[in-house]
Structures are given as C-alpha cells and as structure tokens.
Design a protein around this ligand. Structure first.
Ligand SMILES: NC(=O)c1ccc[n+]([C@@H]2O[C@H](COP(=O)([O-])OP(=O)(O)OC[C@H]3O[C@@H](n4cnc5c(N)ncnc54)[C@H](OP(=O)(O)O)[C@@H]3O)[C@@H](O)[C@H]2O)c1
Length: 338
C-alpha cells in the first residue's frame, strides 16, 4: 500500500479500533495455544466464611478467572463455590479459568500437591498450575506450610532445586491420556531464576505470576517474559491490603482524567502492559467495581511509571525466605538458583 495512504488511514482510524477498551474477559494468549482471561479474582487472605460468597458473586458478576493456591488454606471453600455455580448452571467448568499453585513444602511430591488442590477445588483438571515460589521447603518440618529450623530461619530443602521441581511439573503437564493441568507456569521468578530454568526446561512456562504495580513495575522481568513468550500475571495490583497506592496523587490524577476510580487505573495499567491481573476482594461492591477496565494512553502510563522512579521499589508481600531470589543487586543470603 502507498505509505502516505496507510499513514492517512492510520491517522483516521478511530482510537477504539486501534486500541480497543479491554474487558474483564478479554482473552490474552498463552504459549500453549490457549488463553487466559484478563481479569481474575484473587483469593489470598479471603477468610473462610467469606471466600465462597466472594467467588459466587464474582462468577455471577461475569468473572471467568479465579486465582487459588493450596497455601491460601481456603481451596475447599472455593471448591464449594465452584460446585454451586456449576450446579446452578451459571457457568460450565470449561468457561472458568482456574489457577492453583504448588506450595514450597510439596516440591518433592508435585503430583500429591496437585491432587490435593484438585480434590479441594472439586475439579478434574486445572487450567494453570504454578510453582508458587522457586524455594523447596522441608516437607517433614515443624509446620506443614512454613517450617522453621530451631534458630528461627526457614527450613529450606536442599535435596533438590527448583529446576527439578519444574521437570516434575513438566511430567505432569505431558502425562497421558489427559493431563490434570492444561498449562504449567511459575510465580515470583526473577530474570536470574528464569534464565536458569530456561536452560533446562523442555516446556517454557506459560505464565510468570509476579507482584506487580506502579510501585514495583519489575520492567526487566516483564520485558524478559515478553521476549521468551511467557505471559505475566500481576498480583497485588493495589499493593495488597493496607497499601497507600490508591491514594497516590498521580493515580488520582489519571482516575480523574478518565472519570473512573483509582482501582480501575491500577488494574488497567496491567492491561496496557499486556498482562492479566488478579485483584482480591471479598466485598461485593468492590468485586463489581474491579470489573471496570479502560485503555490508558502514553501520558497516563508515563505518570504511573514516574511513581516508581520517585518512590523506589516497595515490595509488599515478599516473604522472608532469607535467600536471594535474584530480584535485587544487593547481596542476599543463600542463592538457590541452581
Ligand atoms: N503468586 C503469589 O506469590 C501471590 C502473592 C500474593 C498474591 N497473589 C494473588 O494475587 C491476589 C491479589 O493480591 P493481594 O490479595 O495481595 O492484594 P490486592 O488485590 O492488591 O489487594 C487486596 C486488598 O484490596 C482491597 N480492595 C479490593 N478491591 C478494592 C477496591 N476496589 N477499592 C478499595 N480496596 C479494594 C481488598 O479488600 P476487601 O477484600 O476487604 O474488599 C484487600 O484488602 C491474591 O489474592 C492472590 O490470589 C499471589
């Protein structure tokens, strides 16, 4: 086509076609050939007695993606919610994208961990199973989830590396006749850990789920994942419970410009970066409110990006494993990158 004609057509194409407004069910492609809905409901810290109602409300409100984990200790209640929405015919199993995660004390018993989550959730298969952290912990320690050594430090299992755990996950994903997981991925992986993993991986992780928000853009991880065909899912998009991010002046300015709430800006930020996002709420009005997504422009994104430059890195949910997971240049404790 004549270059000046194509320039003319581009200039006159409505913005809504060039940059369509994302919706909660916008499908984002995975390297498996499948896809993941743009918005999911987070369930960490959703208390028993609250999470069932939250999941049912979310599904009724149109959510088609639920983020779970064995470590959240509420998968049985999420399962009860799923059972109810399936039985009431609100959705079919194949219409909901369900993620769960292998906990650190299950690295030596991957299939057992998966089966436990499947049983609690009442499902035959997961859409996505993630290694929750690249940190194997003692499966027979003094606590089933957070074992510690007598000196109070984390009881790390040095008998295997996260790479062996990944290989066990690969075996699960390729088991026949029908694998219990449609896709496998990782969470909390830095560029350093991903690089080590990819050197040995037969299956490239479909997803890297990371803490991600304007205080912690993790641009190097997002860029690396894009280059390797790994989809990024952003967790703690509001900075997790108690974060001041919604009140940030720049977030408020962008919200005012588009006549939306601060939450919409913080969620839409990830869509503009090609990521999916999983806000947690047990409050029906907030579950509803969080469905709203908009297209942010370059000016908005620059404003949000400036937050990190001005305020530096603020990690809200990074657990004190006492090891260097390769997220910072500062020397850490042990290095488990294998
Ligand atoms: N892979 C990992 O290691 C990892 C780690 C952390 C989190 N995650 C996943 O990511 C999900 C989200 O992260 P998160 O739970 O840390 O934090 P988050 O989604 O950033 O924030 C949740 C907090 O924001 C509140 N909230 C929700 N919507 C709101 C709104 N519209 N206005 C004001 N407040 C609102 C919630 O309160 P109410 O519930 O009271 O409404 C809750 O206190 C988790 O639930 C979990 O599924 C994964």
């Amino acid at each position: 086509m004549n270059p000046s004609l194509s320039k003319f057509m581009l200039a006159h194409t409505p913005k809504s076609i060039l940059n369509p407004t994302p919706t909660m069910t916008t499908s984002l492609p995975l390297n498996t050939g499948g896809s993941i809905p743009a918005l999911g409901l987070g369930t960490w810290q959703s208390a028993p007695g609250e999470v069932k109602a939250a999941v049912i409300h979310a599904i009724e409100a149109g959510y088609r993606h639920i983020d779970c984990a064995h470590c959240y200790q509420n998968e049985d209640e999420v399962g009860a919610a799923l059972k109810e929405v399936f039985e009431r015919g609100i959705v079919k199993r194949e219409d909901v994208f369900v993620t769960s995660k292998l906990w650190c004390t299950d690295h030596t018993r991957v299939e057992e961990g998966l089966d436990r989550s499947l049983k609690a959730l009442g499902l035959q298969y997961l859409d996505l199973y993630l290694m929750h952290w690249p940190v194997p912990m003692n499966p027979n320690g003094n606590h089933p989830l957070f074992p510690k050594l007598p000196d109070g430090s984390r009881d790390i299992d040095h008998s295997l590396t996260h790479i062996q755990t990944w290989q066990n996950l690969e075996a699960l994903a390729s088991s026949s006749p029908s694998p219990k997981v449609k896709a496998i991925g990782v969470a909390n992986y830095s560029v350093k850990y991903l690089t080590k993993l990819l050197e040995k991986a037969k299956i490239v992780p479909a997803v890297n789920q990371i803490e991600n928000h304007p205080y912690l853009p993790q641009q190097e991880v997002v860029d690396f994942c894009k280059e390797k065909g790994i989809h990024v899912t952003a967790y703690s998009p509001f900075g997790s419970t108690g974060s001041p991010m919604m009140k940030e002046e720049k977030v408020q300015e962008v919200a005012k410009k588009h006549s939306v709430g601060a939450g919409t800006v913080l969620l839409s930020y990830h869509l503009a970066r090609g990521s999916s996002v999983i806000p947690k709420s047990v409050t029906p009005s907030r579950i509803d409110e969080n469905r709203k997504l908009i297209s942010l422009d370059d000016e908005d994104m620059q404003k949000l990006e400036a937050l990190h430059k001005e305020k530096g890195v603020t990690r809200f949910v990074y657990p004190p494993f006492g090891i260097d997971l390769g997220f910072s240049d500062k020397p850490g404790g042990m290095d488990l990158s294998g």
